[in-house]
Design a protein around this ligand. Structure first.
Ligand SMILES: [Zn+2]
Length: 205
């Protein structure tokens, strides 16, 4: 994978972090934070489109390289045209989805209403409720200091709790009751849960 695509998750995470800041720090100026959120969403969407274009360029380049050199001319002629006419659909982008989910959860947590609340379906509402931010570690039952999300099942726990579980046994599965993740816990499966982290920090102030 090239550098541009490698940096995508980080950039998206930092946009979510900015959104979280806008919600938690500017909640007295609702309109201002709403404007920031709208701008971020527009930029993230553009960025997601660029990611898809980038993937398309890589794909087309690989196709061209598979063709013997003497036959490449016509393919190269079409190359730019193909790229320019490519209109990626990013509605289902994982990054946009994560952004929307996180913003909805933060809004709910801070008592603000999202713009499109009227159009929220029952399913979405359930999703948002599930995303409501919990600052208590389900393992240690105390307030988290370094919330981490399991990338496989999505459960969130404090890093230190996972470390102590792993110290007791390497063959430990996600400790959340009913979790269908059958893989053993590993720090490599955990990513920093930025939004919960922000809430922990705001909560400490
Ligand atoms: Zn789990």
């Amino acid at each position: 994978m090239d550098e541009f695509l490698k940096s995508a998750p980080q950039l998206c995470q930092s946009m979510i972090k900015t959104a979280a800041n806008a919600i938690t720090c500017i909640d007295t100026h609702e309109q201002e934070s709403q404007e920031i959120l709208n701008d971020l969403r527009i930029n993230l969407e553009k960025y997601c489109r660029n990611i898809e274009k980038h993937k398309k360029i890589n794909e087309l380049s690989e196709e061209i390289l598979e063709v013997p050199e003497e036959n490449r001319a016509s393919l190269l002629d079409n190359f730019c045209e193909n790229i320019n006419s490519f209109e990626p659909n990013v509605v289902n982008s994982e990054y946009l989805k994560e952004f929307d989910d996180r913003v909805a959860a933060l809004m709910k947590n801070s008592g603000q209403q999202t713009n499109n609340d009227d159009s929220v379906s029952a399913g979405d509402e359930l999703q948002i409720a599930q995303n409501n931010i919990n600052l208590i570690c389900p393992i240690s039952k105390s307030k988290m200091t370094e919330p981490m999300q399991n990338k496989i099942c999505g459960h969130v726990y404090d890093k230190s709790s996972v470390v102590s579980l792993l110290e007791m046994s390497q063959n430990t599965r996600c400790p959340i009751v009913g979790c269908s993740n059958r893989q053993y816990l590993s720090l490599q499966h955990l990513k920093c849960d930025i939004v919960t982290q922000m809430c922990v920090e705001t909560n400490n102030e």
